[in-house]
Design a protein around this ligand. Sequence first.
Ligand code: PGA
Length: 248
Amino acid sequence: MSRKPFIAGNWKMNMTAASGAKLIAELAPLVKDADCDVALCVPAILIPEMTKAAKGTNIAIGAENVHWADKGAFTGEISAEMLKEYGVKYAIIGHSERRQYFGETDEGVNKRTLAALKNGITPIVCVGETLEERENGLTEKVIARQLEFGLKDVDDIKKVVIAYEPVWAIGTGKTATDEQAQETIAFIRKKIGELFCPMCAQSVIIQYGGSMNAANCKGLMAQPDIDGGLIGGASLKLDFAQIVNYNK
Ligand code: PGA
């Protein structure tokens, strides 16, 4: 079954309205003929300006998180409805930095994922093991738990993008080898098959994330189960276009 590759950037807490708009203007002509879907997930406050900057291009704008409630007393949070108003197409959910520094749990990931889906926003659900978990042979156990609880009650799994991001590879310059990434992503696909259905597992887009860059993207993208990338550091510069054009 053919899956359309999907390369997304994750700006994290970087860029300003001015530098972000400038980068999008420079990236747009470089990525316009991409064969894959392209998105930039940006800080919430930049969404209105980046949506304007990306208008008429093939770059979709995404958010870096989304709250689960429709509205209410949740100081500092942003609802899916608010994101939708600005044409946001994607929301990263359960990024390891959210889990590590902001106490996000699989249960919260699940509620956020369901809220995004309810509002027509594609969740990019992040899963991945720490170095300690990998060294203790717990990679599959941890990821199976993140998938089982994070994706509970999802009706149509094909509407979810999964990003496999080994925590030890994020922002460290230590990429998983092509084989390590492929092996774990194949496991994720198998697990999705068990939790949902084997056929739908073949349709789900699964990205790799963690120090993916212009030099290593080709090898990763050549793996049979890797359908794309979630790119942090390299999405802050024109290298992002080289990753998007990995097949050219
Ligand atoms: P990195 O970040 O590419 O800078 O390692 C990836 C991510 O955290 O999504």
